[in-house]
Design a protein around this ligand. Structure first.
Ligand code: HEM
Length: 414
């Protein structure tokens, strides 16, 4: 029997999304005692869904597509216009294979070495400063590491400015007014910078080693043609930019070490470090939700999904769903000791299969950056955390600890 999808009886809920942020979906789900509701957001009727089964549905490509889902304002700041995030079917698979080809064991091991070297350098730099803001330092460190890894030249003189600009792009995704306009502006400039690198590699003015992401993207072909240089820049930035975004998780990881210090002495093994990184990705808010569109009419759990209807997956809520996580509001890395990942129950970076679907190809990179940062902070650095505001504003998307984790009296150990 067909059931009616519970509906929010408001002309438009955009104002509530903006003023309630990460809490918008969870609050409505609790009020309506449902996993699915309908609301008008940004002038469009949307089906909002939560839970593991909703994630499985969201990643079923026979029912759900991406074309027309991503708001242009998010493409113009965060992702770049018409990049991989918006593609479906065969076009998506060919483009995705390009990203996945960068993630070989060997290439990832090389990135780990680079991250370790960059942390050594950063430790000394922070020691000299004595007082530093971890979030800002991490953005710069990650940008340096990713430029080295991808093969994009970056001078010492420009690393802070470029890192700041990439950070502005990420921060603008959930912004309006000035915050949004600045994001749009720096995206144009940053795309120009990377496009120039792609063109230089293509016409031989710059050497790029085979296997590096800059080489892979510059010479990737679709239907016998190279990507348009601007699109190539967008996609190469789709590797560098989200890695810089991991600075948020680094700040959250430091906050976790501060708030739950008992875990500091429990990070000796690779598995313990990995559990800690995963719990940081689960526990702290990052991706709030994901958009898509119904491909053709179908029924799911008695609800009618009509072709063309927009859908939203509650990523943040699934990270805290009590049906998946015991005591979800407790920070407990040990929960990952016996956790069985079925690809739809732990989705801070999307669900399903990264090779064939839209799941983030950068999960190993994100986890590695958190692991190496936590390792360095706990094993090699001593610091004092001065009085500051470390509250997490759940209305702002994306969010981070308010004062971005200030550290004082920084010393490299030993
Ligand atoms: C896609 C989150 C780091 C590259 C995604 C998606 C999410 C996400 C939620 C969308 C999944 C979907 O549409 O179903 C994150 C978070 C990160 C992170 C929270 C860490 C802060 C990275 C890194 C890379 C990366 C380090 C570098 C390779 C991408 C790309 C896509 C993507 C290329 C598009 C995949 C596709 O559409 O097939 N990410 N990501 N991300 N991510 Fe990440």
């Amino acid at each position: 029997m067909t059931k009616q999808i519970p509906e929010i009886k408001m002309i438009d809920s955009t104002f509530n999304v903006v003023t309630e942020g990460y809490n918008f979906v969870g609050k409505r789900m609790a009020q309506l005692e449902t996993d699915v509701f309908e609301a008008r957001i940004l002038g469009k009727k949307m089906i909002v869904m939560t839970g593991r089964d909703a994630a499985e549905l969201f990643y079923d490509e026979s029912k759900i597509k991406r074309e027309g889902a991503m708001p242009k304002r998010i493409q113009k700041t965060l992702f770049g216009v018409n990049g991989i995030h918006t593609k479906d079917g065969q076009k998506h698979k060919i483009r995705k294979a390009m990203f996945m080809s960068m993630m070989t064991e060997e290439r990832l091991a090389h990135l780990r070495t680079i991250l370790q070297e960059e942390w050594k350098r950063k430790g000394l730099e922070m020691e000299q400063k004595k007082r530093a803001v971890l979030f800002d330092e991490s953005e710069e460190l990650i940008l340096r590491a990713m430029c080295r890894w991808t093969g994009v030249p970056l001078t010492d003189a420009e690393s802070w400015r470029r890192a700041y600009e990439v950070g502005v792009m990420i921060d603008a995704a959930g912004g309006v007014g000035k915050r949004y306009r600045e994001g749009e502006k720096v995206r144009t400039e940053t795309e120009g910078w990377i496009q120039e690198v792609i063109e230089a590699v293509r016409d031989g003015r710059m050497q790029a080693e085979e296997g590096t992401p800059v080489h892979t993207v510059a010479f990737h072909q679709e239907e016998g043609e190279l990507l348009d240089a601007h699109m190539a820049a967008i996609e190469l930035l789709n590797v560098i930019r989200p890695a810089v975004a991991v600075a948020r998780f680094v700040a959250f990881a430091a906050l976790a070490l501060q708030n739950f210090p008992e875990w500091k002495n429990r990070l000796g093994t690779t598995k313990e470090l990995n559990n800690f990184a995963n719990e940081v990705r689960r526990f702290y808010p990052f991706t709030p939700f994901l958009p898509a569109v119904v491909k053709e009419d179908f029924e799911w759990k008695g609800y009618q999904f009509k072709e063309g209807r927009h859908v939203i997956l509650d990523v943040h809520g699934i990270n805290r769903d009590p049906r998946i996580w015991e005591e979800p509001e407790t920070f407990n890395p040990d929960r990952f000791n016996d956790f069985v990942d079925d690809r739809f129950n732990f989705i801070p970076q999307g669900g399903g299969d990264p090779d064939t679907g839209h799941r983030c190809p950068g999960e190993p990179i994100a986890v590695m950056i958190i692991e190496e940062s936590v390792r360095y902070l706990t094993e090699n650095l001593s610091y004092y955390v001065p009085e500051q505001d470390l509250t997490i504003n759940m209305v702002r998307m994306p969010t981070l600890p308010k004062d971005r984790f200030v550290m004082d009296n920084i010393k490299v150990k030993g």
